[in-house]
Design a protein around this ligand. Structure first.
Ligand SMILES: Nc1nc2c(c(=O)[nH]1)N[C@H]1C(S)=C(S)[C@@H](COP(=O)(O)OP(=O)(O)OC[C@H]3O[C@@H](n4cnc5c(=O)[nH]c(N)nc54)[C@H](O)[C@@H]3O)O[C@H]1N2
Ligand SMILES: Nc1nc2c(c(=O)[nH]1)N[C@H]1C(S)=C(S)[C@@H](COP(=O)(O)OP(=O)(O)OC[C@H]3O[C@@H](n4cnc5c(=O)[nH]c(N)nc54)[C@H](O)[C@@H]3O)O[C@H]1N2
Ligand code: SF4
Ligand SMILES: [Mo]
Length: 693
């Protein structure tokens, strides 16, 4: 028997991008462990990826190409050969492209975060074809845009310093579920005497373990940040020297913040005046004492109408108190902008030539699939190629998404590991390899290591990597440029731009051997300014925002749907609903892994005792959640983890594994955020009633 240990990287959409060690016995992967030597992984994986072997060898893995035989949505297929599948896809896509290639839409997100199996050969293929472009906005673009206007790019506090902070604000994130290796450091900070404060409408697993929990109303974080600025300024808890040297527009910020008295802030956020004032004092006074104060902001705050502005306002706080002076101070939303990923080389936008295809926003795929041809919209969508995503489960206003994918005149191809809700609507299904079966290069959005993933085992069944599938399709379509023949390894070798000072030491062969390598970055990225904004400063006033038609100064933008901002709607649908990640799932990935689904149990709705009593709902009853867009059922958990007026449906369930075949996205909307054209998953009103058991 031969046993080897292969270096790999976790591919999932998680900030931690762990370094993995895969044990392989006679060609079979037997165990996936965290690399003990990798400084942020430190030998620990989350429960989900500890089950990666179970997921990989799952009896339901898709192992050969399939063609639909039943109705769309039924999930009935027959086995076909790769040749048949590729011929049929190439024929259908060629026919459509001959009329207008923009009628073809790729739909993909971060099923794998890999630079090779994500947008590389696939982008080359769609660029050459001239297909519609996809705005990949379903997660983070609102926050990324607000952060960029302020800080200049997705660069922040290095994960490896948080244990040295003395005050840690965990703002709009639940790291026990979604950012485990940050939580380890937060706990170490706590042991060393730091105070942890969670800012979250829901008493999440993390909020429960912090010293303090501020349960504001969803979508009001921008107001809280303005109220904090007000108090910091009023009590002169500012770092004047830092503001003077490294920021732009303090006077404008000062004027705006003056409007946000603690009273107004508290009323807007649904919290107490003391909570506002004391939070500002703790933050400002700790910084004044020279202690590192840090914020771990997460994407939970930006899935509302004013989500971009919320992130922008929070991102202003460290500069006001000079928190960036310390390696353990500042704020982290994402570190992805630290990596000089070489996207032009991987994706080859030059293949578009003079063509400028229309863009389809993935958040609004429901409306897009149902739209007729028009001068505004362009051609009707005739084909969708889905990979690394499960839109029927994860996209908002699901009834429309489902109706769109059910169109008989739509040609749908899905590359997948499993028969997801989306696969059920496919005309052709192609079996994709998992991370253990293919090569990839990764960046991270929570740490600063370039990562390599070696293939540990041979592809199962007839599965092929995404890149290989697009290479084969390109050949079938007659795309004969050598760039369509580059191997996965050749693509990975172009992952990072070696001419960039942070990645000059990037070498794919050595990265593959070592598994991971840190970027060249200063310990405290903005200790002496150097923000990558147009002015080189932290921009409290942003002329770019003014040019983009936005308020150039921190502001509050109310939710589309809330009791305060839309009383007429609230008369019918009085409860706000959020649907943040469940600990044992990763978006909709892992829902079909029995051991993990068993831990989550079934779809739940957390509802406050007063809201439950008013509706005659008892703990354990089935509840029906509805609004004008749709409805779904979930088992009620009567708990004050959800503040009054808020219900919480941890997500994202596979519809077909729920008792009613539906999930939380039945009721979410396709409205977009203030900037970045992102989704507003946590900005909606619903009513809840007791449902039949
Ligand atoms: N286990 C697990 N891990 C994951 C994921 C998963 O599905 N499961 N998803 C991954 C992905 S795709 C992402 S984008 C990341 C980050 O994903 P995030 O969406 O940031 O998810 P969480 O870190 O779980 O935290 C979100 C928290 O924000 C809170 N929240 C909701 N609305 C508001 C609001 O208006 N204001 C404030 N302050 N808080 C609000 C929620 O109650 C929740 O506790 O996590 C990744 N990691
Ligand atoms: N209600 C609600 N909806 C949400 C959210 C929420 O908080 N609430 N969160 C949103 C967020 S933050 C995000 S990021 C999106 C995520 O949405 P998606 O990016 O669609 O994520 P997943 O649901 O995990 O689906 C990824 C799919 O890719 C497949 N996959 C993985 N690796 C590969 C591969 O190598 N090749 C191929 N072909 N397939 C692969 C997996 O099997 C899985 O089915 O969901 C959003 N939807
Ligand atoms: S999902 Fe996140 S915490 Fe879990 S192994 Fe992957 S990177 Fe690590
Ligand atoms: Mo996400």
């Amino acid at each position: 028997m031969t046993t080897t240990v292969v270096r790999a990287a976790c591919p999932h959409d998680c900030p931690d991008t762990c370094a993995l060690l895969v044990t392989v016995k006679d060609g079979v992967a037997t165990e996936v462990k965290g690399d003990p030597d990798h400084p942020t992984t430190a030998g620990v994986l989350c429960t989900k990826v500890s089950r990666y072997v179970e997921r990989t060898y799952h009896p339901d893995r898709l192992l050969h190409p399939l063609r639909r035989v039943g109705k769309k949505g039924e999930g009935k297929f027959e086995r076909i050969s790769w040749d048949e599948a590729l011929d049929e896809i190439a024929r259908r896509l060629s026919e459509i492209a001959a009329r207008d290639p923009q009628a073809i839409v790729p739909y993909s997100y971060c099923g794998t975060m890999g630079l090779v199996q994500g947008e590389a050969m696939s982008s080359r293929f769609f660029n050459k074809l001239g297909a519609s472009l996809l705005e990949r906005t379903i997660c983070a673009t609102a926050g990324a845009t607000g952060y960029k206007y302020t800080i200049g790019g997705s660069i922040g506090t290095d994960l490896e310093h948080f244990q040295d902070a003395k005050l840690l604000l965990i703002w709009g994130g639940n790291p026990i579920a979604s950012n485990l290796h940050f939580w380890t450091r937060a706990q170490e900070a706590k042991r060393r005497g730091a105070k942890l404060i969670a800012i979250d409408p829901y008493r999440s697993l993390t909020a429960e373990k912090c010293h303090q929990h501020i349960a504001l109303l969803p979508g009001t974080d921008a107001a809280l940040a303005l109220g904090l600025m007000h108090v910091l300024i009023a009590e002169d808890l500012l770092d004047h020297d830092y503001i003077e040297r490294y920021t732009l527009g303090f006077e404008a910020l000062n004027e705006r913040a003056a409007e946000w008295t603690p009273e107004r802030t508290a009323a807007t956020c649904g919290i107490t005046v003391d909570e506002v004032v004391n939070l500002a004092r703790e933050y400002g006074q700790a910084a004044r004492r020279g202690e590192p104060v840090a914020i771990r902001m997460n994407y939970g705050i930006q899935r509302v109408h004013g989500g971009g502005m919320a992130v922008r306002n929070v991102a202003c706080l460290p500069a006001l108190v000079g928190a960036w002076r310390h390696a353990a101070g500042g704020v982290q939303l994402s570190t992805s902008g630290s990596f000089p990923a070489n996207k032009p080389a991987l994706q080859r936008p030059d293949l578009l030539g003079e063509r400028k295809p229309r863009s389809v926003n993935m958040v609004q795929i429901g409306d897009a699939l149902l739209a007729e041809a028009s001068p505004d919209f362009g051609p009707k969508i005739e084909a969708v190629v889905v990979y690394n995503s499960n839109p029927v489960a994860v996209a908002p206003e699901s009834p429309k998404v489902q109706q769109g994918f059910a169109r008989e005149d739509l040609f749908t191809v899905v590359l997948e590991h499993f028969a997801t809700d989306t696969v059920d609507y496919a005309d052709i299904v192609l079996p994709a390899t998992t991370q253990l079966e293919h090569v990839d290069a990764h960046l991270a959005y929570g740490h600063l290591y370039m990562m390599a993933n070696n293939a540990a085992i041979a592809p199962l069944g007839e599965a092929k990597s995404n890149a290989e599938i697009f290479r084969l399709l390109a050949a079938r379509m007659g795309f004969d440029d050598p760039l369509f023949r580059e191997t996965d390894d050749e693509l990975a070798a172009q992952a990072f731009d070696k001419s960039h000072p942070r990645a000059i030491h990037f070498d794919w062969e050595s990265l593959k051997r070592r598994g991971w390598q840190k970027l060249n970055m200063p310990e405290a990225p903005f200790a002496e300014g150097g923000f990558p904004t147009p002015s080189g400063k932290c921009e409290f006033y942003s002329s770019t925002m003014a040019a983009d038609g936005l308020d150039p100064v921190p502001a509050f933008i109310a939710p589309y749907e809330s009791v305060a901002s839309n009383p007429a709607l609230a008369a019918k649908y009085p409860l706000s609903m959020i649907s943040p990640p469940a600990r044992n799932f990763l978006n909709s990935t892992f829902v079909n892994v029995q051991s993990l689904r068993a831990t989550e149990g079934e779809p739940h709705l957390d509802i406050h005792p007063n809201d439950a009593a008013a509706r005659g709902i008892a703990h354990g009853d089935m509840a029906r959640i509805f609004n004008d867009r749709g409805s779904f059922v979930a088992r009620a958990r009567v708990t004050d983890k959800a503040r009054e007026g808020l219900v919480v449906a941890l997500s994202v369930w596979w519809k077909k594994l729920a008792s009613d075949g539906r999930n939380a996205n039945e009721v979410t909307s396709q409205h977009l955020t203030d900037m970045g054209r992102g989704p507003t998953f946590y900005d909606l009103l619903v009513q809840v009633e007791k449902a039949a058991p």
